[in-house]
Design a protein around this ligand. Structure first.
Ligand SMILES: Cc1ncc(COP(=O)(O)O)c(C=O)c1O
Length: 299
């Protein structure tokens, strides 16, 4: 059955009862319509893209509404629950931390933060020996771009540009949107005015290879501090051509340009390797993680 997500008229469904799936009511459930409508009225439209289902509880790869329906969560909470919803180890870690009474920690030293950072650094390629925690993936990409600019500024005053791939996604704040998003203007700000440039999707119909794309856009290495790219683009979920990545990494090394692998969606085991950049055999300068890193909560 296909659903028009903007239509909240309950539609009768064929009952489903399999090992994991159970559909026993019309969708949306008539009792949920007022609640979903309230959210659609008081939240911006960007929050209304999902089927009209009221999530109530979850376990592993299953999600349930309060009316007896149960689905396989192929969205993984939008690529977050890498180890499933409510993994017992995560629940028990949350409970243990609640038991200490200390549920805030940012600046002061804590053992739990050291343990997590030590683990993260251990997962990263050799030589990547610093890590910092933020509240969201977007914050991590902002920080990566800021670090890349600081790196560029150490080399030359104008080396502050950020290069990224068209129609990728890096988050919702200003620089993240300038790096991601479609090629047009973002919030009325032109990318080049903010020292952002984009290249066509590697391997896509508009790309002729890294070096040709760069030259075609007149982007000089002396103006670029860093490149940020999703190791595997979230929308296409296909690898970039290996030769493209080789050219990019060679160029970056030659011109002292830092490369950030945005692993917020593709990382932490999502693609069968700990980090998706491992598929190319490359080592980026910076890695951003999120989503599956906690499989549930902001860190
Ligand atoms: C590749 C990528 N980068 C950054 C983000 C932003 O992360 P967050 O939603 O935690 O701010 C996302 C989220 O979808 C993402 O997929």
């Amino acid at each position: 059955m296909s659903l028009n997500v903007s239509d909240l008229t309950p539609v009768g469904t064929q009952p489903v009862s399999t090992r994991f799936r159970r559909i026993v009511t019309p969708i949306p459930n008539p009792e949920s319509v007022a609640e979903i409508q309230w959210l659609r009225t008081f939240e911006p439209q960007s929050m209304a893209g999902m089927p009209p289902i009221l999530w109530d509880s979850a376990e592993g790869f299953l999600v349930r509404d309060p009316y007896g329906n149960q689905w396989i969560d192929l969205s993984s909470g939008i690529v977050v629950a890498n180890v499933g919803h409510a993994h017992p180890a995560i629940l028990s870690a949350i409970r243990a931390q609640l038991g200490t009474g200390l549920i805030f920690s940012y600046a002061f030293s804590t053992r739990i933060r050291r343990q997590l950072l030590e683990r993260l650094v251990g997962l990263a390629p050799k030589g990547m020996n610093k890590a910092i925690l933020f509240s969201s993936g977007t914050e991590a990409t902002e920080c990566a771009m800021s670090l890349m600019r600081k790196h560029g500024l150490r080399i030359a005053p104008g080396k502050v540009g950020i290069l990224s791939i068209e129609s990728s996604y890096h988050g919702r704040t200003l620089s993240a949107k300038l790096a991601g998003g479609p090629p047009g203007l973002i919030d009325g700000i032109s990318r080049s005015a903010a020292f952002h440039w984009q290249l066509p999707l590697p391997g896509g119909p508009d790309s002729k290879g890294f070096e040709v794309d760069l030259e075609a856009r007149g982007i000089g290495a002396n103006a670029v501090a860093g490149v940020i790219l999703e190791s595997i683009p979230g929308w296409t979920t296909t690898l970039y051509p290996a030769v493209y990545m080789e050219q990019l990494m060679r160029w970056a090394k030659e011109h002292k340009v830092l490369v950030t692998a945005d692993e917020i969606q593709s990382g932490i085991g999502r693609t069968g390797r700990m980090f998706a950049f491992e598929h190319y055999g490359i080592t980026p300068g910076l890695i951003t993680c999120g989503k599956g890193l906690s499989s549930s909560l902001p860190l």
